[in-house]
Design a protein around this ligand. Structure first.
Ligand code: MD6
Ligand code: FE
Length: 220
């Protein structure tokens, strides 16, 4: 599509690539909508600003985070959890903008998960050298629905592991506009993001932005 784009010569064409059972990479799936998606991210930031959270060990995360939707993922010294109120503002997270909701639904459908109902979107902002160590996404308490992961801005090396932490992850280059969908047998695999290289992107400047859409079980 934009293979002749001089600003971003490494961009991929629209393709659908199965990386493992339950893991689908949709190259350039949201590249056309990226400016609108980024505007929605800025609106979320204006309500619940990006912040570097503290993990239970006491370390501060290198990635800055915020959320939109009914539930937002947070961490502090007490642990990881989903909340309906932003601890930093005392106010609910911004209701998920329609453009984000519909993007997540369309991506899940393209990856053969037709019934995805996201009620949570964690937004990660990476500056140079920021990284995310290997982890599983397991605070949702509902693993029947997939996760849709949208990436904008600077490229990243995504670390795609398996269900065992000890196995060396594959390194997958993720670029602006790529969407990764995973679920089913892959829902609880270990994964992370290698340190981001310095750079400037025409839309996001010095940052990589990642949005992960989830379905979080209602408290019982
Ligand atoms: C990121 N993503 O790409 C971090 N988790 O910035 C994740 O941790 C992630 O991309 C679950 C499913 C897809 C993901
Ligand atoms: Fe994750």
């Amino acid at each position: 599509m934009h293979s002749d784009n001089k600003l971003w010569p490494e961009s991929h064409d629209l393709t659908k690539e199965s990386l493992a059972e339950g893991v689908m990479l949709l190259r350039a799936f949201c590249r056309e909508d990226a400016p609108l998606i980024y505007s929605a991210v800025q609106k979320v930031d204006s309500v619940s600003p990006f912040r570097q959270m503290i993990v239970p060990s006491g370390h501060t995360m290198s990635v800055a985070m915020t959320n939109t939707g009914t539930f937002g993922w947070t961490t502090d010294r007490q642990g990881y959890r989903y909340t309906t109120v932003d601890p930093a503002t005392g106010q609910p997270w911004l209701q998920m903008p329609e453009i984000l909701f519909s993007l997540a639904r369309r991506a899940a459908e393209a990856a053969h998960f037709p019934h995805f109902v996201p009620n949570s979107c964690l937004i990660n902002r990476y500056s140079t050298r920021a990284r995310l160590s290997l982890h599983q996404d397991k605070n949702e308490e509902d693993y029947t629905q997939p996760i849709v992961s949208v990436s904008l801005g600077l490229p990243a090396t995504f670390l795609l592991g398996t269900l065992r932490r000890s196995e060396t992850p594959r390194r997958i280059r993720i670029e602006h506009g790529d969407v990764l969908v995973w679920g089913g047998p892959a829902r609880l695999i270990f994964h992370g993001v290698a340190p981001i290289a310095a750079g400037t992107h025409p839309l996001t400047g010095a940052f990589r932005i990642n949005l992960t859409f989830r379905h979080v079980a209602e408290p019982h």
